[in-house]
Design a protein around this ligand. Structure first.
Ligand SMILES: [Zn+2]
Length: 131
């Protein structure tokens, strides 16, 4: 199995913060029924993915931090490309963009929450020890 050495790389690849090898999510992001499913623990090293009950409530704030720049960027794009169209065009464009990116926003918000506040450190030997 592949162990990603850099923490940023492991976060971007949505891997376990402890071993950088196990996947954080059970299904692909495009699986709209199950894109939110996370195993209770890392399938490689056994690190729990929910340090405490309700841990991922904080991911809503991370998600908000992702969505605000997205909304501003889409709004600016619509303004420039559409020469300041009617309000409904802004609302429709932002809605489509946010809905289309929901699986990624959800997953990266949870990953950032776990990496930043989960109290887990990378152990280069965790995956090897687990077998
Ligand atoms: Zn792991």
């Amino acid at each position: 199995m592949e162990v990603i050495q850099s923490t940023a790389g492991a976060l971007l690849a949505l891997r376990c913060p402890h071993c950088h090898a196990g996947k954080l999510f059970s299904h692909p992001a495009l699986n709209l029924r199950h894109f939110t499913d996370m195993p209770a623990a890392c399938p490689v090293c056994g690190q729990t993915y929910e340090p405490e009950p309700g841990f991922y409530i904080g991911a809503m704030y991370v998600s908000y931090a992702f969505v605000v720049p997205l909304v501003l960027a889409v709004g600016l794009l619509v303004y420039v490309l559409g020469h300041d169209p009617d309000t409904w065009v802004y609302v429709a464009a932002v809605t489509v963009a946010v809905l289309a990116l929901t699986p990624l926003l959800f997953r990266y918000a949870r990953a950032v929450m776990l990496y930043a506040f989960g109290g887990v450190r990378f152990d280069a030997n965790a995956a090897r020890r687990a077998g």
